[in-house]
Write a protein that binds this ligand. Sequence first.
Ligand SMILES: [Cu+2]
Length: 252
Amino acid sequence: MTKNFLGTPLIAAEHGAGLDALTWYIHLLMAVLFVGWAIYFIYVLFRFRSTRNPQADHIGVQSHFSTYVEVGVAVTEAVLLIGFAVPLWARSVEKFPAEKDSVVIRVTGRQFNWISRYAGADSTFGKQDVKFVAATNALGVDVNDAAAKDDVVVMTGSELAVPVNTNVIIHISSMDVIHSFKVFPLRVNQDAIPGMSVPIHFRANKVGRYPINCAQLCGVGHYSMKGELKVLAQADYESWLKTKSGGAVSYE
Ligand SMILES: [Cu+2]
């Protein structure tokens, strides 16, 4: 599919084109069924009108045409499901890249913003435990853990950055109610559920700034729970990360 007939948003991730193509094929099948049924309905109204058929026909339809059409529709649906939907799900949702070859981020939703946390230079996240949660330590990070020292936490602005053409894994969680992390151009959407950490993955292929939306009605401030995901060139990503850490972490 080259033309975007459905007017879906810009695609900025590798798996996006396959997803949009499947959506387009399903719409196409539904359009064919809709038009087919409408034509059949009008034909039947005309063909079996009472003036032409004063007596009911007890034998009914002799031809096998409808059976062939039904089999055709079933085969098309099977091809869409087995040939497109299942492989797409397996590739885009199930098949995760290795963490060592990916940028790994933890994103936590709360009423009403997103907090992102990066592992820093050592690629290891500092330990977290609910017992460390305090007014100055919303994520419950163990500040005595050596691995926590270089972690980067972006608390304000619901801001997130990832490098382009790189595998990204985001572990999504929530601090209070159910939120949902949605970035249309990256074709990712995952509920943020308290007590759970659910990973998603993607590979962004277009540099840009894309809106993060909360896709679950999560309270009175839901409308304001939007952020920005920046897809940056590798060098820009590294300098962005530096501006955020400043070599130290503040867990306010
Ligand atoms: Cu929300």
